[in-house]
Design a protein around this ligand. Sequence first.
Ligand SMILES: Cc1cc2nc3c(=O)[nH]c(=O)nc-3n(C[C@H](O)[C@H](O)[C@H](O)COP(=O)(O)OP(=O)(O)OC[C@H]3O[C@@H](n4cnc5c(N)ncnc54)[C@H](O)[C@@H]3O)c2cc1C
Length: 389
Amino acid sequence: MSATPESYDVIIAGAGPGGGTAAYFLSQAGLDVLVLEKETFPRYKTCGGGVSPAFLAQVFPFSFEPVLCSHVRTASYELGGQRVSMPLPPGKIGMVMRADFDAHILAHARADVRFGAAVKEVSELTDRVTVTTRDGRRYQACYLIGSDGASSIVARSLGLQRRHKMMAAIEIEAPASEAVRAAFQDHALFIFGEIKNGYLWIFPKGDHLSVGIGALGPRPGELQARLRQVMQRFSITLDGLTFHGHPIPLYSLRRQARAPITTRRCLLVGDAAGLVDPLTGEGIRMAIKSGRLAAQALLAGRPERYPQLVERAIRRSHNFGAVLARVFYRFPKACFYLGVRNPAASHAFIDLLSDRTSYPQVIARLFGSMPFFLARQTLQALVPQRSSH
Ligand SMILES: Cc1cc2nc3c(=O)[nH]c(=O)nc-3n(C[C@H](O)[C@H](O)[C@H](O)COP(=O)(O)OP(=O)(O)OC[C@H]3O[C@@H](n4cnc5c(N)ncnc54)[C@H](O)[C@@H]3O)c2cc1C
């Protein structure tokens, strides 16, 4: 007969930002929390590592300064050789290495953490949840939070698995020459128009750069080839470096808008719940937001309210973001000209990344500023013509 499983109030499967955040808020409130994490921290996680320090400061009472490897002061966007740059106020965008960032959140949680503990199976009973790990150990709790990422075993075990709209992505930590690093010291660059339904990025990471590419439905080998080719233009050679690939489960109107993210005793958060921004592939913020909402719902003794909280805080905005994504990737040039180059729209977008606004407001600010933007563009086009006569 097997021994009685260890018992907890809440078990959290996966210690990324979603799981770490839930562990932090639940354990701070005095609950007995167990975190089961497949890897041993600190571990490498494929990610651009772009986060908003302003957002983090809204959520957590502790500083992230020790794990921020750079602060972004300028964001630039390129399409077809045209570049638009925008100065950013301090604290809007920062860069982290996920190994340090995820460990930092977890270190602030007062949870029992088991590394090398991959969840294999979950069973939900009327009064509890039992979890079996790959090494055959069993644990039980009143509730389970599934924060085990894009290929969530928890979601699959509970029949909550759905086919995500997966963006394929590759990321490389590139040393780069001193001159190139200096050019990108506090500068993040997004490059559009080089791959269908996707983009490339160059992010500063202190002593190196994070470069990457993500797209929906690329041809085999296309991501690697495009990334190499475009990075050569910036004198960034990728020879001999490790290419890290990982899927990004983008929020999709058709697949996620009404998809269940809970059972009676289990709540999915972050990538496991398919909450990644449908336009940008940004997912750290949504993992943190949903991790906190899951904790709040459990602490209030109302886990059934979690889907409603996620609907209000994330999905409602994402529904508009998904429409914007469709328009953006279908008409990239028009969107670049009217949206990305429009400072009011770009500022609205940066506010979105710091969680100060939502997609409906971004769209409202885009259309509200359009007449003024177009008038200014027309004037700028006319003035040099007049002076040349
Ligand atoms: C190339 C790339 C670049 C990206 N760039 C950015 C960016 O710049 N900014 C941004 O906001 N987002 C970015 N994202 C998205 C972001 O990485 C994710 O949305 C985010 O990590 C989701 O957090 P999470 O906690 O839900 O899951 P994850 O961070 O994936 O964490 C899941 C954790 O669960 C563990 N786990 C998995 N299976 C099991 C199991 N069976 N049992 C126990 N533990 C398990 C994993 O080891 C992991 O630690 C990027 C993604 C990719 C692929």
